[in-house]
Design a protein around this ligand. Structure first.
Ligand code: GAR
Length: 207
């Protein structure tokens, strides 16, 4: 299965996918392309270090959002992407991309949706909000993507306990390592095995 991975920043989730492919844990998956929203994303270096093709497609460098959306769809079709993985991608995909790849786009979010999600809730912010609210567990969610932030069907979630000395940064690191980097490769593997089913806006894992 060919996947395209969208990134905006450090690319630790991209690295987790690369590592699982290289170790043989993630079978029948090839990263056909990495698409970055900006040229300073360190994820681009991770792609080139691993011989993975990458491209920067920033909405700002197109005359309109529609033209950017068209170009993204054309690029995804050109490389034969069968699954789109948003791995720390901080922009909203275009309507055409979402429609063309309906139920074939997943996102990793650093909180237990429906808590601490939606527009503006990215990076460190969900962790700051979780600690400020005093929750006792937090974690990460892999969900299908529709045209709104963090609203598509939930596929996988994993949680960790909040510990007494947690700061947003400490919690973020723990959730990245113990939750995100576990459930994102797992979700890709479920797609590769044809085990994901969506019915009435609910995602199911077929046994
Ligand atoms: C990750 O924590 C990811 O869950 C989050 O951005 C970080 C990217 O890290 N995504 C969002 O907040 C999306 N709303 P990475 O570039 O090192 O994978």
């Amino acid at each position: 299965m060919k996947i395209a991975v969208f990134v905006s920043g450090g690319g630790t989730n991209l690295q987790a996918i690369i590592d699982r492919i290289n170790s043989g844990e993630l079978k029948n998956v090839e990263i056909a392309l990495v698409i970055a929203s900006n040229d300073s994303a360190y994820a681009l270096t991770r792609a080139s270090d691993n011989g993975i093709p990458s491209v920067v497609m920033s909405v700002k460098s197109y005359p309109s959002r529609e033209e950017w959306d068209d170009a993204v769809v054309a690029k995804l079709k050109e490389v034969g992407a069968e699954l789109i993985v948003l791995a720390g991608y901080l922009s909203l995909l275009g309507a055409k991309t979402v429609k063309e790849f309906s139920n074939k786009i997943i996102n990793i979010h650093p909180a237990l949706i429906p808590s601490f999600c939606g527009k503006g809730m990215y990076g460190i912010k969900p962790h700051e909000a979780a600690l400020a609210r005093g929750v006792k567990v937090s974690g990460a969610t892999v969900h299908l993507v529709n045209e709104n932030y963090d609203e598509g069907p939930i596929l996988l979630q994993k949680c960790v306990d909040i510990l007494p000395d947690d700061t947003p940064e400490v919690l973020q690191k723990r959730i990245m390592k113990e939750c995100e980097q576990v459930i994102l490769p797992k979700a890709i593997s479920l797609f590769a095995e044809g085990k994901v089913e969506i019915k009435n806006n609910i995602a199911y894992v077929k046994e």
